[in-house]
Design a protein around this ligand. Structure first.
Ligand code: AMP
Ligand code: GLY
Length: 438
């Protein structure tokens, strides 16, 4: 069969690369894709927001499965449009995608399903949010352990983790008064700040049956030691040793299963991959957020470890028969993904820098270089085309071995202004556990 992956990041490169390995897949298309997907699959210059064009292409090329990578087309309802045409698609409907599209909706689901999460309040205007902060924290110099969030999609930037009252008031100003994230700031969620270890647990589900994937850990802050501004993710590895099988079962039973059941009961069945961003606190795991798609870069180390046919898993999900397939098999070896970024990211950066050393990096054993923000120049050179440029991903017998292998490949690659974090996966060595086993 022919398959189509929608998107152009590292996640989509990993999805296309893995789907293309399936013996059942004849042609793998990526719309619009990047320089890496052009090598492992076929790029199609489709406007993803042009639903009619996407449907036309799917019919014309007899695509048997469409996999939607990023959240924006999911929240915009691309899946609903394809299902109306009886086309097989992996991803949640527009109404189920609200789990990511609206933080208020997500909190309401968590509350109704009795899933552990941070205490929160919703505000429809900046005045009442400001008043709430001033009433609750009358002293200007008090510590204010709160998180201020824009309700809607803000490319991962609409969340401000605060320590002081000024930071909280300033976050309200930026989101709800200056409207830095546009309509996403129509409503605000203010919630308690949770402390602990952050992990990502993803589960593929057809709305009834759930297949939990191995856990992963992202590295959101830009700089080593988890300092600096938040990014889309500067690297990830799987599995974080702290998420043992007991904790994973607890996450399934207390978080994933009740959420999927609640969505089904409220007639918004969730089909696709549910990504739980979790804080493992002293009181156990709590939900920070849900995403309705594979994490980027978590997807890259996860798919490096997947030994089974990805098409089987995604097609069974799309066709609502996940209970009929064997559980996916995973490489026992850990995988580490190091993101190489453009100078200036997550702020402003230039594009169009020639990338060298890709071939040498690809020759390092057990390494795959996934492209994210790359493009082919008019002379067919691979050039930078985004903030996060590459995700160098490696398998190893231990996390340290995988890390060493990934950084060996990183050293082969250069362009003007290239940088990366040097400590991806090092949190795996912190041995204290925050979890209370109740
Ligand atoms: P979100 O988009 O909601 O996941 O938030 C982005 C990042 O902000 C998360 O990955 C966490 O690092 C942080 N964050 C969000 N909510 C909280 C919270 N309640 N307590 C502490 N950190 C949080
Ligand atoms: N790595 C975080 C995300 O995909 O949202």
């Amino acid at each position: 069969m022919n398959v189509l992956v929608v998107g152009s990041g590292g996640r989509e490169h990993a999805l296309a690369w893995k789907l293309a390995q399936s013996s059942q897949v004849r042609r793998t298309f990526v719309a619009p894709g990047n320089a890496g997907t052009a090598e492992d699959a076929e790029n199609i210059p489709l406007q993803v927001s042009d639903t009619a064009a996407v449907v036309k292409f799917i019919k014309q090329e007899q695509i048997g499965l469409t996999v939607i990578g990023p959240e924006a087309p999911l929240v915009a309802g691309l899946v609903d449009a394809l299902r109306e045409e009886q086309l097989a698609v992996f991803g949640p409907s527009q109404s189920a995608a609200q789990l990511e599209g609206s933080k208020v909706f997500c909190k309401q689901v968590l509350h109704s399903a009795d899933v552990p999460t941070a205490d929160y309040r919703v505000f429809d205007d900046p005045e009442s949010a400001t008043r709430h902060i001033l009433d609750r924290y009358p002293q200007a110099d008090e510590s204010v352990p709160l998180v201020v969030k824009a309700d809607g999609l803000a490319a991962g930037k609409g969340v401000v983790v605060c320590g002081t009252r000024d930071e909280a008031l300033n976050a309200i100003d930026r989101i709800a008064r200056a409207r830095e994230f546009g309509a996403a700031g129509d409503r605000l969620v203010i919630e308690e700040r949770l402390d602990g270890e952050e992990v990502s647990v993803l589960a593929v589900t057809d709305g009834r049956t759930l297949v939990t994937l191995p856990p992963a850990q992202d590295h959101k802050p830009a700089y080593d030691g988890d300092r600096g501004p938040n990014t889309g993710g500067m690297g990830a590895y799987s599995p974080p040793p702290r998420v043992d099988s007991d904790l994973l079962s607890q996450i399934e039973e207390q978080i994933l299963v009740p959420t999927i059941h609640h969505m089904k009961r409220s007639r918004k069945p969730f089909q696709g991959v549910l990504y739980a961003g979790l804080m493992v606190t002293h009181q156990g795991p709590k939900v920070l957020e849900f995403n309705v798609r594979f994490g980027d870069p978590e997807c890259q180390p996860l798919l490096m470890r997947l030994q089974s046919d990805l098409l089987d898993l995604l097609l069974a999900t799309a066709e609502g028969r996940l209970d009929s397939i064997a559980a996916p098999k995973w490489d026992k070896r850990p995988a580490v993904c190091v993101v190489m970024a453009s100078e200036g990211y997550p702020g402003n950066y230039e594009k169009g820098k020639t990338i060298r050393g890709l071939r040498e990096a690809a020759e390092v054993d057990d390494v795959k270089v996934f492209h994210a923000g790359t493009a082919l120049s008019s002379t067919d050179q691979v050039v930078t085309n985004g903030g996060r440029v590459l995700g160098i991903t490696a398998l190893g017998n231990t996390i340290s071995a995988a890390k060493l292998q990934a950084y060996t490949a990183v050293k082969c690659i250069r362009w003007n202004g290239a940088w990366c974090r040097k400590d991806i996966s090092d949190r795996s060595r912190i041995t204290t556990t925050n979890r209370s086993v109740s």
